[in-house]
Structures are given as C-alpha cells and as structure tokens.
Write a protein that binds this ligand. Structure first.
Ligand code: HEC
Ligand code: HEC
Length: 220
C-alpha cells in the first residue's frame, strides 16, 4: 500500500514536476528527505547511460559488469552515490561522476534510474534451492533477493560477476560497510560463487535502463 502511494506520488511528480525542496532544509546525511524529480533526473543521467544503459557493459581492470540499476531501491542508489562522493566507497570513475552532485541531483537521478522499484512477491517464491550460505542474507536481502527496506540493495537479477566483485570488496575491506563486513568473513570462494549465481537468477529482476526515447514517459 505504502509503495502504491509512493508510486502514485512519483507519477504526479513525473507529470507536473516536483515541488522544489530547498536542499539546505534537509539534514545533510538524510538523502530520503529530498524529494526526487525523475524528469530532471533523466536529463542529469545522460552520461550515466553510457555505461549503465548498455547491456553487459564491462568495467575494465578488473573486468566485471557494470551493475544493473533499473528496479533498484532509489534510497540505496542515493546511499551508493553519496558513498562514492565522500570516498567511503572507492571507484575512480564513479567518484568523478558523483563528486559534483548536490543532494537534489542525487535524489533526482536516483528516482529516474530506479524507475519502478521491484517489490517482493506476496509469497516470495525463490528460483531454485538457496545455497546454505544464503540463510544469513534473507533477513535483509529478502527470500527472493529484494531488499526488505530501501537501504538494503536488491540483488535479484544483478549480474553475478558484479555480486562476486562486491562480496570480495567487502572481504578485502576495499568497500567499507559495517553491516556487510559482519557477513562476509566466513564466506568461502564456493559460497560466493553459489550466492552470486543464486541471486542473479531470482525474479522479478533488476533491468538495464532503456535507451532514451523521445516520447514522454519520465522513467524511460
Ligand atoms: C564509465 C562507466 C560508468 C559511468 C559513466 C557511470 N557509472 Fe556508475 N558504475 C560504474 C561501475 C563500473 C560501477 C561499479 C563500481 C564498483 O565496483 O563499486 C558503478 C556503480 C554505480 C552505482 C552503485 C550500484 C550498486 O549496486 O551499488 C550507482 C548507484 C551508479 N553507478 C550510478 C551512476 C550514475 C548516477 C552515473 C552518472 C552520473 C554513473 N553511475 C555513471 C560505471 C559507470
Ligand atoms: C543486516 C542486513 C544485511 C544482511 C544480513 C546482509 N546484507 Fe548484504 N547489504 C546490506 C547493506 C546495508 C548493504 C549496502 C552496504 C553498502 O552501502 O555498501 C548490502 C550490500 C550487499 C551487496 C552489494 C550490492 C550492490 O548492489 O552493490 C551484496 C552483493 C550483498 N549485500 C550480499 C549479501 C549476502 C550474500 C549476504 C549474506 C551472506 C548479505 N548481503 C547479508 C545489508 C545486509
């Protein structure tokens, strides 16, 4: 119900333009306090689609696929952009993309990129048998890979090589997050491969952001 209301609000925003929330009224760390405008986000996200709008586009050195964002929680996208911006999460390209973005830019881009966030099925129906290691993950990433709240990323349908990359980064401490650090310590290489394969085949799944079209749906 809540998400229906949020979607309806998004649609209204898409049609009529968001009321301008002055960024300085929002607490600096609280991205959710800024209302995103998908129409403005679409314009700002033009360069992002050079990588995030191309199916199977690869990061070079090391090689892994650029993460899928359509269907992700906008809250998580905003958290990720803030982390690249302030250096908590290190990736040279993404840092240079995020560093000059304001809170409002981040909120706008996040709602555009997310589009209609995936919602968990009423009776979660995971595809295939979960690997044993997944028992520790469902509390936050859901039975079918849909993050149970906006700050927990959805993993369903994400590229498996990106999921592996992320888990290795948490293990090596290249990506610093207190919550995830507590869950990756015990994972073996076989666990990581099984978890990545499992989450990447869940449905409904994250998608590539469609190429720009010229008719007026704010989320395309
Ligand atoms: C040159 C290619 C490239 C461009 C352009 C680019 N990205 Fe990225 N993006 C990446 C790669 C590679 C990663 C994964 C980096 C990592 O391992 O942390 C990433 C990660 C992300 C993530 C984190 C996703 C997750 O699941 O944690 C978000 C959000 C994101 N990008 C948004 C954007 C936005 C917004 C723009 C435009 C302002 C943009 N990207 C432009 C390559 C790119
Ligand atoms: C207590 C909640 C919680 C649990 C349990 C948990 N996670 Fe996470 N997970 C998070 C949060 C929060 C993030 C985002 C952290 C960040 O910003 O880097 C995350 C991020 C991730 C990412 C990166 C996603 C992306 O798009 O970059 C992967 C992959 C992941 N978790 C897999 C797992 C796996 C596999 C397990 C079980 C072994 C697990 N998580 C258990 C909360 C949790």
């Amino acid at each position: 119900m809540k998400s229906r209301i949020a979607l309806a609000a998004l649609a209204v925003v898409a049609l009529f333009g968001a009321p301008q929330t002055p960024a300085q009224d929002a607490p600096a760390q609280d991205a959710a306090a800024v209302t995103g405008d998908a129409g403005r986000g679409k314009t700002l996200a033009y360069t992002c689609l050079g990588c995030h709008g191309i199916e199977n586009y690869k990061n070079a050195n090391p090689v892994y696929r650029v993460p899928l964002l359509r269907g992700q929680h906008p809250e998580y996208i905003a958290i990720a952009l803030n982390a690249y911006k302030n250096g908590e999460r290190s990736h040279a390209t993404m840092h240079s993309q995020a560093v000059s973005m304001t809170e409002q830019d981040i909120a706008d881009v996040a709602v555009f990129l997310a589009g209609t966030p995936i919602v968990a099925a009423e009776n979660a129906n995971p595809v295939g048998k979960p690997p044993t290691a997944a028992a520790a993950c469902v509390a936050c990433h859901g039975t079918d890979g849909v993050g149970i709240v906006g700050m927990y990323p959805t993993l369903a349908g994400q590229y498996p090589d990106y999921i592996e990359r992320a888990l290795h980064d948490y293990q090596r401490g290249n990506r610093k997050n207190d919550i995830m650090a507590g869950f990756v310590g015990e994972l073996t290489e076989a666990d990581i491969a099984a978890l990545a394969a499992y989450y990447s085949r869940q449905q409904p799944k994250l998608q590539i952001i469609p190429k720009r079209r010229f008719w007026f749906t704010a989320n395309d």
